[in-house]
Write a protein that binds this ligand. Structure first.
Ligand code: PHE
Length: 330
């Protein structure tokens, strides 16, 4: 008994303590031997041994538990000291990440319009025919649907070909006045130097009650926006066609590489096409149940802006994840 107490007392680590516990309480340990011995005894003798064994069992259990707690605490304290991390230590091998140029450009575009009081709206990537086409004055079999090569699912759903369906959803769930942009990914069956099957757009929509919104409002904000993004450039509006706007225009900026003199990037025209826009067609308002309203809309490709801003010649390189390209944007 005494020797067990002493060895518990002297014990210095948890493994050793467990060995001692087994020697005392294990199947072949001290107590199982002693309790087995009880069987051969009788009367007072048996009672005495039983009593003393029980009280010894209690006191050794307590002793073991106390010691275990103490050793565990010591173990935790010493490992905390050993494993502590010096957070003030500078690690020269740590490097910072950076936003992907597409997102950096998208944020810049969003910043401008948020500053002008536009709300940012989002919508689903998988759309139905109504929101992506029908409500935008593109009925079934309309030839203008060929302008956007579409990925279809078997059940008739499709991957949105532009972010305009978000404008439809916003008009269906809100009342004018509306002032919103919808940034996000869009999908088209296209793949070459300047097209990828997935790319990003930011489209905008303004709707006011009455006939107060005109092409002049659209012209003003787009010119201001393009100068904010590209700096000191000239802007021109060219008549164009979109099913959802009338009149429609495409917007060019003077080439930022040759300053309008003509170079390879601008195909020697001096101009770069950057935007589509127009006054919202009344058929679109009809489709969402609006009447007596006027508005304008515009849409742009974020990758094209990023390519121009950073002089990236091949659009596909934006999606290859090559660190040699990405590290230039830190
Ligand atoms: N939705 C058009 C597209 O993706 C862009 C656009 C939006 C043009 C609004 C005009 C007005 O091609």
């Amino acid at each position: 008994m005494k020797t067990y107490e002493e060895s518990i007392e002297a014990c210095k680590d948890l493994n050793e303590l467990e060995k001692i516990r087994l020697k005392i309480f294990g199947k072949k340990g001290f107590f199982s031997g002693e309790f087995a011995r009880l069987k051969s005894l009788k009367g007072e003798e048996k009672k005495e041994l039983a009593n003393s064994l029980n009280s010894a069992k209690d006191s050794l259990t307590n002793l073991l538990n106390e010691k275990k707690e103490k050793l565990e605490l010591e173990f935790i304290n010493s490992s905390m000291q050993k494993e502590s991390v010096d957070v003030s230590l500078f690690n020269a091998s740590t490097s910072s990440g950076a936003l992907h140029p597409v997102y950096e450009t998208m944020n810049k575009i969003i910043d401008y319009f948020v500053g002008m009081g536009f709300a940012v709206e989002e919508g689903p990537l998988a759309e139905d025919d109504f929101h992506n086409f029908e409500a935008l004055n593109l009925p079934k079999y309309h030839p203008a649907r060929d302008m956007q090569d579409t990925f279809y699912f078997d059940d008739g759903m499709l991957l949105r070909t532009h972010t305009s369906p978000v404008q439809v959803r916003t008009m269906l769930s809100q009342k004018p006045p509306i002032r919103m942009i919808c940034p996000g990914a869009v999908f088209r069956r296209d793949f070459d130097l300047t097209h990828t099957p997935m790319f990003h757009q930011v489209e905008g929509l303004v709707v006011e009650p009455g006939n107060s919104v005109s092409f002049a409002n659209l012209k003003f904000i787009l010119e201001d926006f393009l100068k904010y993004i590209f700096g000191d450039i000239k802007v021109r509006f060219r008549p164009s066609f979109f099913p959802f706007t009338e009149p429609s225009a495409e917007v060019d900026i003077s080439c930022i590489f040759c300053k309008g003199d003509g170079c390879r990037v601008c195909s020697h025209t001096g101009w770069l096409e950057v935007l589509g826009c127009g006054v919202v067609d009344q058929n679109v308002f009809k489709a969402v149940g609006y009447s007596d309203v006027s508005g304008y809309a515009f849409g742009l490709g974020v990758e094209r802006f990023a390519m121009l801003l950073h002089q990236i010649p091949d659009l596909r390189s934006l999606f290859e994840g090559d660190l040699r390209l990405l590290e230039q944007f830190k």
